[in-house]
Design a protein. Sequence first.
Length: 221
Amino acid sequence: MSHSNPLYAAVIFDMDGLVLDTESTYCIAWQRAATKMGMTFTEQFCLSMSGLHYQDVEARLLDFCGAGFDLKKFSQLSGEYWHEYVDLYGIPVKKGFFNLISRLELNNIPFCLATNSRRLNVLECLKLAKIDNVFSEIVTRDDVTEGKPAADVFILAAKILNQPVEHCLVLEDSITGIQAAVGADTRSVFIPSVFPVDEVAVKLADYYRNDLDEVISLMGL
């Protein structure tokens, strides 16, 4: 079956929380680091930092822990704990990912990854999840002037995919990513990874779906 719906000429995937269940791994590492430093982070607090750029994460940490909180130590500890955990258990891939990728390939629909993470971190995460051979094109925070919620990563992704930006379908799990998709004038699907669901993201996105399997039927693949 050939697929020629110009509305979905290409698909742009976010990474954290959309392709990879990194949130749960960060959460575990942050909680362990916080405990080591005499603080307690609830899962809810950790998840509230989902999809944020690291500067915003740091601002939220200082707001929560007080101005004297040692960000450098926290970053070092959580990094160590995170590596310890993922080296043991890997990073889980989200439901429907492999099904969707195989349908896109079957229909010759180009796709890429566009994320707020740094390239070094992205390549490491994809390797830990054993999907480092899936994306031939990857746009990271290192490739643009401004990260999401600015539109830069998606505009660059569309250019790399050689498709008009308005014909690209962006798959996102956070308000930050949906705002970037709106700014880029792409169509967007909101697939939340954090609950309760962000109602603003629901309103801003073109579509709301529960998982990547549901994107297959949305695209008519």
